[in-house]
Design a protein around this ligand. Sequence first.
Ligand SMILES: [Zn+2]
Ligand SMILES: [Zn+2]
Length: 277
Amino acid sequence: MEAAVYQTFVRPKHAGWKTTDWVTWLTEQHIAPSVMANEEGTCALCRAPTPTDAHGVHYTRCFNCQKQYASVLDGFVPICYSVHDGLEGMLWRVKNSPGYEWLRAPLASLLWHFLERHLSCMERAYGGPFDVFTTVPSHSETRGGRNHLPLLLQSVTALNDLWTEGALTKKHSNKAGERRRKISTDLFSASEDVAGKRILLLDDTFTSGGTLASAAYALKQAQASTVVALAFGRQLHSDWDEHRYLIEQLPDRSLDLQECAVHGAGLPWSWISNRHG
Ligand SMILES: [Zn+2]
Ligand SMILES: [Zn+2]
């Protein structure tokens, strides 16, 4: 993939910005439209628009979630929708483009403020508090590559304290350019420590869903009781007919932390932070 196809970002001149300043900056970029509760015509699990039946009614789950992903993923919450000329570029930059490490700060700040408001929503929607917060490794151990999500989490101390690594190991690299739309049973292995645990699994983006579902598969094989995924972006594709109507709405939509995909009253955040404090 060519770096040149993605937009550039100008680092704000600042000293000692707080997480709220970074969320404001991210809002001003107009690239991170929030995923709202009850998005009409989208899959109840992966939140992408579903095809319609003969009567023009959207299916409540997409084919892949129905046939495969729902067996390993108990839930999924994307913070924003991601499109090629939007959040996708920022996530690509932070992972692949030298000199853009500073973009970890706005993304980690977004995650922190999202959890502050909506972790309780996720707990309520998916059966209670989480025991383990972990990430999907982006590199296999053999490649010696850096995993970018732990580095991102380090930019906000409170987040870094909440997450633990080592629950998942990537056993080999994805084939170049591969967009998995299926569960790969040998891509990850999970620590036996996850047995009986409720896992919140973070990835940067849900594109085809295959990577996240493969990670969830490994956790379930290791007897994790619940796996709920969380991602910054739910990727939409302009070349997919059923995604187009939603993509067309996104320019009018902003980053709005008042609501989430599973929004509702829940357990108080203070109760959660005490558990991990
Ligand atoms: Zn789906
Ligand atoms: Zn919420």
